[in-house]
Design a protein around this ligand. Structure first.
Ligand code: PLP
Length: 407
């Protein structure tokens, strides 16, 4: 008899976005033609920048002729893209990352989700709260969590991110083995300082732990003092892996391209305490289970690093950041305490009431959709995430409506 993976029965249904979708549907069925403005789900709204589209087209053209056609590419990604990333994202910021430490993939969601399979079943896992749910659910699927009790899984260590610590948790007192960090954070939008990241790197080095650093939103950082990469911190190469994505950086949510960086010195340990290079393990995993990102998509991603591409991408990011500034400013004017929104597309608002009640009120009375913080974890209660991914006129209209309802 084929038996099911029982760990799946521990999973909570993905209630956050499905509940939001159901509530919107119900509202629409009762209010025919309602003009709902969505500042909820974090998907981009602006088209791919022209330089990227041009490179994409050129890649497709190459595929159309026998002389330039390409079949399977290297699973780890084409050298032209790995070189461009190593130079454009790292060396240009004074960080040494070699192209063969970079693995191209079709998404940071898959990479952050798949990466946990390299570690032992009994690894002690620490996740932020509020959290990007992929970190939790994939470890539950792998059997690293116990029962769900009062809003949390037994067996996981939750790193509370609240106003008391400015939403940046410090390393725990006890031992954990695998640590998920995400900065700029989803959902809170906060960034971590060099000192805060250095404390995590010290912890990981002292405890032989590994940091999985999700930097999917690094391109939104404008404050020069904030690190874009965990590898800007001395000593991180031995104890950290970094995930990045072109999704939010360059509008690739539907195009799909991302990458994971594993320095040559980064190791995990076998039963005898002998180091095993993580890059070799991931290379084995990647080449066994993945067959590469399509050539035209990698060409489009590489165009991010050309002078035209960089300028056009920056213009789109600045557009979202201006949306974020407008949202944050309005919510503050209305008397709400907010974080995020300055180096991030997300604004995390302390709503001072049940987060679903706040969501319902905005939907019902302003026809505006936000994301209730409770959906991201216990510490998200009494908060809401507002996303800056929408067209300017929609954002301004939403803010007018919010003002009428909340003022
Ligand atoms: N990491 C974080 C923190 C995210 O918020 C998201 C998307 O919302 C992802 C990763 C997924 O990125 P990708 O589109 O590359 O799978």
């Amino acid at each position: 008899m084929i038996r099911v993976n029982e760990h799946y029965s521990l999973l909570r249904s993905s209630y956050l976005f499905s509940t939001i979708a159901r509530k919107i549907e119900e509202y629409q069925s009762k209010h025919d033609g309602a003009d709902i403005i969505r500042l909820g789900i974090g998907d981009v709204t602006r088209a791919l920048p022209a330089a990227l589209v041009e490179a994409f087209h050129a890649g497709v053209e190459e595929m159309s002729r026998d002389e330039t056609f390409r079949g399977y590419g290297p699973e780890q990604g084409y050298p032209f893209l790995r070189n461009a990333i190593a130079e454009g994202d790292y060396r240009s910021r004074g960080v040494r990352i070699d192209p063969d430490e970079i693995f191209i993939s079709d998404g940071a969601k898959c990479d952050t989700g798949n990466f946990q399979e390299l570690f032992s079943q009994d690894a002690r896992v620490a996740v932020p709260d509020p959290v990007y749910p992929v970190y939790v659910d994939t470890n539950v699927m792998a059997g690293r969590a116990g029962a769900w009790k009062e809003g949390r899984y037994d067996g996981l260590v939750y790193l509370d991110s609240t106003s008391a610590n400015n939403y940046v948790p410090s390393p725990p007192a006890g031992q954990v083995d695998l640590i998920y960090l995400c900065f700029p954070n989803n959902p809170t939008g906060v960034t971590a300082t060099r000192e805060q990241l250095a404390a995590w790197v010290s912890y990981a080095r002292e405890n032989h732990a590994l940091i999985l650093y999700d930097a999917a939103y690094e391109a939104f950082i404008r404050d020069e003092s904030i690190p874009h990469s965990i590898f800007e911190i001395p000593g991180a190469r031995e104890v950290a892996v970094e995930f990045r994505s072109f999704s939010k950086t360059a509008g690739f949510t539907g195009t799909r391209c991302a990458f994971t960086v594993i320095p040559a010195e980064c190791s995990v340990f076998d039963g005898d305490g002998k180091p095993v290079p993580l890059r070799t393990l991931w290379n084995r995993r990647h080449t066994t289970k993945f067959n590469g990102v399509s050539y035209p998509v990698q060409r489009a991603a590489a165009a991010v690093y050309t002078p035209e591409g960089t300028g056009q991408v920056r213009e789109v990011l600045d557009y979202y950041l201006e949306n974020a500034r407008l949202i944050r400013e309005k919510m503050q004017t209305l008397g709400y305490t907010c974080v995020g929104g300055d180096n991030s597309p997300y604004i995390w608002v302390e709503v001072r009431e049940d987060s679903w009640e706040f969501f319902d009120r905005l939907l019902d009375r302003a026809q505006v959709v936000c994301t209730p913080g409770a959906g991201f974890g216990l510490c998200g209660e009494r908060h809401a995430r507002i996303s800056a991914f929408n067209h300017r006129e929609k954002v301004l209209e939403a803010l007018d409506r919010i003002e009428r309802v909340l003022a």
